[in-house]
Design a protein around this ligand. Structure first.
Ligand code: SAM
Length: 327
């Protein structure tokens, strides 16, 4: 087995990297209403620094990388970074999480640089609603991005949909139908209480409810053997080419199989998305830290991974917006 372990013997082989805290959209559940302070350009970690960190992490056993943000495609030259990471022999999976608005223009060059697959966030299929949830008018660009990504072989494109009561939960069947008619892979995600969304939010819809409502379309059959190595559980409607996934960060946490560390846009390594602890890598690197020192810090971050998050007890980290950590 590759990878190293945390103090609960969970193998750690996955690094998520937020390459920017900037985003060209303003999703209501991600950006706090008052906006967010932006990290200064000097404090954003450079592509060379990311490469050095990934090289050290790969020597420890990290083999999977996800690029996220903010919106990663607003950072110039992202394909160059993908190419640098793809050149590291033991990195065998590089994926990207994007809102898709700029994807059509970049998909081909990302693919040739070495990107394997895409997760795309999309919470509505209605143009006017896209504007009110996302505060952007670019639904047609996102839909084009999905088609272009598929056509250049960035497969599978997984669609991530955060479900919110009274906001987009009337579109559950529309999204589910896309798994039947268009072969989409749609993952329904429970709303997490971050960015000013309270823990008792009336917007929250548990996956158990989502699932019941989807069964109006037919029986959901588990995908066997189980697919993916992440937190989603996958199902399929009879005759559907695509899949329906469920991600339950709130109602049923999946920390027991958490295999990841997170690098923030300003170079801090975070053991857990939902805890405030982090270790600065950027400052020691800029002060000349050796690869050995860097590896020790990465191992320390793994050792500091908490057993689980505490959303259910009402604990929400407040130190950073999601856009800096990379949701
Ligand atoms: N800009 C990229 C995007 O839109 O996919 C990457 C960054 S975004 C922060 C990553 C993911 O976090 C998106 O799928 C988004 O839906 C999810 N996310 C953000 N806030 C969330 C929340 N409060 N609850 C659940 N998911 C959330």
């Amino acid at each position: 087995m590759t990878g190293f372990s945390d103090s609960f013997q969970r193998p750690i082989n996955y690094l998520r990297i937020s390459v920017t805290d900037r985003c060209n959209l303003r999703c209501i559940y991600c950006m706090p209403a008052g906006g967010v302070g932006l990290v200064s350009h000097d404090d954003i970690i450079s592509y060379e620094e990311i490469y050095t960190i990934v090289q050290a992490a790969a020597e420890l056993g990290i083999s999977k990388i996800r690029i996220t943000g903010g919106e990663p495609l607003v950072r110039l030259g992202l394909s160059e970074l993908i190419g640098m990471l793809a050149s590291i022999d033991t990195i065998d999976d590089i994926s990207l999480t994007t809102n898709g608005t700029l994807l059509a223009g970049y998909a081909a060059e990302l693919k040739s640089a070495g990107l394997h697959r895409i997760n795309l966030s999309l919470d509505t299929l209605k143009p006017d609603r896209f504007e009110s949830i996302i505060h952007g008018d670019k639904l047609s660009d996102v839909l084009e991005g999905i088609e272009v990504a598929k056509s250049v072989g960035l497969n599978p494109v997984k669609i991530n949909t955060v479900v919110m009561s009274g906001i987009n939960d009337d579109e559950l069947l529309d999204f589910a139908n896309k798994t039947i008619g268009d072969g989409w892979h749609v993952r329904f995600i429970e709303l997490m209480p971050v960015a000013g969304v309270g823990t008792q939010t009336p917007l929250f819809v548990p996956v158990s409810d989502i699932r019941k409502r989807l069964e109006l379309l037919g029986e959901l059959q588990p995908c066997l053997p189980s697919v993916g190595n992440g937190p989603a559980r996958y199902f399929r409607f009879p005759q559907a080419e695509g899949t329906v996934g469920f991600i339950t960060p709130v109602s049923e946490h999946f920390c027991v199989c958490c295999n990841r560390l997170r690098l923030t846009a300003d170079g801090k390594l975070r053991p857990c998305l939902l805890a405030e602890d982090e270790i600065d890598l950027k400052k020691p690197m800029r002060n000349g830290m050796s690869a050995v020192g860097l590896k020790k810090l990465i191992e320390e971050a793994a050792a500091r991974k908490p057993l689980r998050h505490h959303l259910a007890e009402g604990y929400v980290p407040k130190d950073r917006p999601f856009s800096q950590v990379g949701g």
